[in-house]
Design a protein around this ligand. Structure first.
Ligand SMILES: [Fe+2]
Ligand SMILES: [Fe+2]
Length: 472
């Protein structure tokens, strides 16, 4: 018998027998999945100082304690309901939001929930070896915090599947634990979630750029007419903010350290010789994870995106900031590729909704890169990091058929093959990163040579706090 008290929630779990029964069946499989595919080597003997959401008010999701990871209390939370909430966009604008799934949109909504849900365990799988080469206990704890929260996001989507999608929903919930990141026969649904994350530069770039795609998607789902989906994703956004914090500050600390090392060596020479991560390598990893995450927003022109918007399933980020919420007449100016040539084209904005969300995403990423450049400036370096052109290295959409350099100039296939490792991580770059990360740093207050300590610790604890401890 599953105890509802062990699952913090605000969905009335203890009085919902149907949901309890469904979770009783699913939860043991989830725990088995966590043991098999979650953080390797940190299941039974380590306690981690993590935040557990115990309610949705600010004090309730700032509850910190030491826990063994498999004993984390994964909860189910919806943001507070909004009184008399109305559909805010699309053809049904102004109608009351839905508390149940309308039959005619059942398949589309299930698809959206499953696609979002699939990314959550996928990222835990991708990151499962990183604990073995962590740069500090502080970073190890942050990795595990992100991992348990991605696990909770899976719970959030499984709650929706079990509660609102009947039998199909239950089947989908099982399959979320059966697909595996990078598995040839049963891969995760989206490509970026099948890429290995083998070193900490990948991890920080992933949490900076790919978790930010998560934010894009959650912002648009939080506008949904399906109220439980909106309320679930609104609460998930509060956790997502921490993931992007981990990514952005992780890279900031690497940059800071690279600057220190270079200044110490008189600004010149190869910083790799003294164990640092050079600006060129950082730029290549930006190029990789930014372009992979752009792909996650889908095709530039999409009838699916148009119908998600028309039917009120997925809105734009911060829909209330737009003037026109029906978008029946508006056009979108798209940079497009026609017979190998770039041109400006005007298309109905509803069909460009993926591109509209991508615009928001690019702006949010740019703000982070601008903050990174302040570190270079403050340290007296003239080098700058930047986002590559959005046509660079695309695997989805119209630009995937042709190659572009990071400035957006078209390249022949031969030029691309010859030059791509000027812009994307090479085998050598990855070897180097693994070589400086081969020894994990488990001593409180110590940091790997390539990364600076954070400015402060977690929740008022000092930087040298024992964020992960083994049992006495
Ligand atoms: Fe997530
Ligand atoms: Fe996340």
């Amino acid at each position: 018998m599953i105890s509802a008290e062990r699952i913090p929630n605000n969905v009335g779990l203890s009085s919902n027998k149907r949901l309890q029964r469904a979770l009783e069946h699913w939860q043991p499989k989830y725990i088995q999945w966590w043991r098999d595919m979650g953080p390797q080597g940190f299941q039974d003997y380590h306690q981690v100082y993590v935040r557990t959401a115990v309610s949705v008010d600010p004090s309730g999701w700032a509850h910190f304690e030491y826990v063994k990871l498999p004993e984390y209390r994964w909860g189910i939370f919806l943001a507070d309901p909004i009184h008399d909430r109305r559909i805010g966009f699309g053809d049904f604008m102004g109608n009351p939001v839905w508390q149940e799934v309308p039959g005619e949109f059942r398949n589309q909504l299930r698809r959206l929930v499953v696609t979002q849900g699939d990314t959550e365990p996928a990222s835990v799988e991708q990151q499962r070896w990183l604990g073995q080469r962590c740069p500090s206990l502080y970073d190890l704890r942050n990795l595990f915090q992100v991992n348990v929260e991605e696990g909770r996001h899976l719970w959030a989507m499984v709650y929706l599947l079990h509660s609102y999608f009947g039998r199909d929903g239950r089947d989908e919930a099982e399959e979320l634990l059966e697909r595996q990141s990078g598995n040839r026969d049963k891969p995760r649904i989206l490509d970026a979630f099948n890429e290995p994350i083998e070193n900490w530069l990948d991890f920080f770039m992933f949490t900076m750029f790919t978790d930010r795609d998560g934010k894009s998607q959650l912002l648009s789902l939080s506008e949904s007419s399906l109220d439980p989906l909106s309320r679930t994703t609104r609460f998930m956004l509060t956790e997502e903010a921490h993931h992007m914090f981990v990514g952005e500050t992780g890279i900031s600390r690497i940059l800071e350290r690279t600057c220190q090392l270079m200044k110490g060596a008189g600004y010149s020479g190869d910083v790799r010789k003294i164990g640092g991560i050079d600006f060129e390598t950082l730029q290549k990893f930006i190029n990789l994870w930014f372009s992979l995450s752009l792909d996650l927003h889908g095709n530039e022109v999409s009838t699916n995106a148009a119908s998600y918007f028309a039917n009120g399933l997925k809105g734009r980020a911060y829909e209330e900031k737009w003037d026109d919420h029906k978008v029946t007449e508006a056009l979108y100016e798209l940079e497009a590729l026609a017979e190998g040539k770039l041109e400006k084209r005007h298309i109905p904005m509803r069909t460009a909704m993926n591109e509209v969300l991508r615009d928001w995403y690019v702006g949010d990423c740019q703000a982070g890169v601008t903050r990174w450049n302040k570190i270079l400036e403050r340290n007296g370096f003239s080098d700058r990091l930047g986002l590559p052109d959005r046509k660079f290295n695309r695997g989805i959409g119209m630009f995937s058929a042709v190659h572009f350099d990071p400035q957006g100039h078209q390249l022949s296939d031969a030029d691309w093959d010859r030059r791509k490792h000027e812009w994307l991580p090479s085998g050598k770059d990855r070897e180097y990163l693994l070589s400086i990360q081969s020894e994990p740093v488990y001593e409180p207050g110590k940091f790997a040579n390539y990364i600076a300590p954070p400015q402060r610790g977690i929740k008022g604890a000092p930087v040298n706090f024992e964020y992960v401890r083994t049992e006495a």
